[in-house]
Design a protein around this ligand. Sequence first.
Ligand code: TK8
Length: 349
Amino acid sequence: MTPPRAPGRRELLRGVALAGLAGAGLSSCAGGDGPRRTDSVRIILGHGAAPGNPRSEGALVFQRLVAEKSDGEVEIQILGQESVGSDTEMMVSVAAGTLDMTINSQGPFSSYVPEASLIGLPFLFESSQHAYEVLDGEIQDSIAALAQDKGFHVLGFWDNGMRDITNSVHPIEVPDDVAGLKIRTPDDPMTIDIFGELGANPTPMAFGELYLGLRQGAVDGQENPVVNIHSSSLHEVQEHLAVTGHKYEMNPFVMSSTRWESLDPEIRTVIEEAGLEAQQEQRRLMNAQSEEIYAEFEEILEVTRPDRSLFREATLPVYERWQQEHPEFFDQITAAADALRAAHEESAA
Ligand code: TK8
């Protein structure tokens, strides 16, 4: 499997800026006459979502809950909207310990924990609800154990939703309509594999560059949950939406293991509890916003609802490849998803 990518020059520069920030946080904690319980702890949280996106809202809920539960002792400083780097860059910074925590994306996380990519196997989940039930137990535990070895403490899996395809070339009705399209993907080997299998030209690009990339025609289309499409205004530069629900992604909420281990046990409990409560709220917002946005998109985009079984069939070779790559985790996640599938088939949109 590919090792974590080496940071580029831009990432290193950002790393230096972040190290400055982290240093400022540390010195303010260590100030005064020795450590006191009343000394405040500042933790820096980076994410890539736009304002109003459930991930941004959830981060604010987390910030408020941590302040409340710690009586103001712990301050979460949020740096959102890729202001401290793309998802990939933030993963590098957390691994290096220059950023404390990030609510990130599945692809960039999977360059450290390749098994996480399998959460995005095509059509593995009928709905987000199905995914929560499968992920929230032993699957998250397995991923967290693997992440621990790479220097990440997993606090939860937030919801990055079921993904659909937009483009500006033509409506997508059948898998063949995807062939030949230049589709931006996240830095995620699973998505690249799926779109390669469909005959598209998958083009990885940072999310923050996507709006311009679509507007300038560097790519024809992209795939994301409608909530992300909407909060980043991608619908302004796209004409067609195909409701494929081709894969699910979670947003890994991770903290640098070194920073986690340096915290008092009471503070860890506060962070854990606040993280789970904020996750519930983030998931609730994802579902509520999705419904409204699908209705709004019906008015402004040409919306197609392709027969998913055709896409499922067209992407079966993807299953074979990933089964060979990670047989143990493949069996674990597909068995867990299948065990709960029947209960979710009817409720799927
Ligand atoms: C924004 C990304 C976005 C992801 C992507 O931070 O890159 O397409 O789906 O949500 O995380």
